[in-house]
Each structure stands twice: as C-alpha cells, then as structure tokens.
Design a protein. Structure first.
Length: 99
C-alpha cells in the first residue's frame, strides 16, 4: 500500500510520533477534525465538478418558430427565376428576349 508516496512503515512512524506528541485524547480530536476537513473538501470538489459538467444527453433548448417575413409590397420578380413554367399557355411573354 502506498499513500501519497508514503509506505506502510513510514505511516506507522508518523502515527506513533503523533501519538507521542499529541497524546491519546488530542490525537482522536485531531483525527476527527482531519476527517471533517477531508469530507468538506470532497463535498466542495464534487459541487465544483457538478457545476462545470455540461449535460450532453439533454436536447438543446428549442426556440419558438418564427413567422416568415412578408414579401415587400414593391417586389419585382427577376428574369429567369423559373416562373416561366408556371405561366399559362397562350399568355403573352413581355420579356425583352421575346421581342
């Protein structure tokens, strides 16, 4: 087992040193405070990760359909737009090419 580069033997020495320096009563309080700190740090990190995560499965928001723009009142059809096929048979062609 290797925790942050510290092996089993080193971890035992650290715990024994803490027991000697802090004593049995304060060592329990120190461990409890370290556990609370660790839990709060994990909570903050999870909240930050959740806030930064984008939901990729959700469909994008849809905007309301827009009404098409009305045609301008002074609109003029261009030549060669394919409207010749819609012309009725026998109607006069007033285009400059027909003259």
């Amino acid at each position: 087992m290797n925790i942050l580069g510290i092996g089993n033997l080193e971890l035992i020495w650290i715990l024994l040193l803490a027991l000697v320096l802090l004593g049995p009563g304060r060592m329990v309080d120190a461990a409890r405070a370290a556990g609370k700190f660790w839990r709060e740090a994990q909570h903050v990190l999870r909240a930050a990760a959740d806030a930064a995560t984008v939901s990729l499965d959700a469909p994008p928001p849809r905007s309301a359909p827009r009404d098409p723009l009305p045609e301008p009142e002074d609109a003029v059809a261009r030549e060669g737009t394919g409207d010749e096929a819609d012309a009725q048979p026998g109607a006069e062609d007033t285009s400059p090419e027909a003259r």
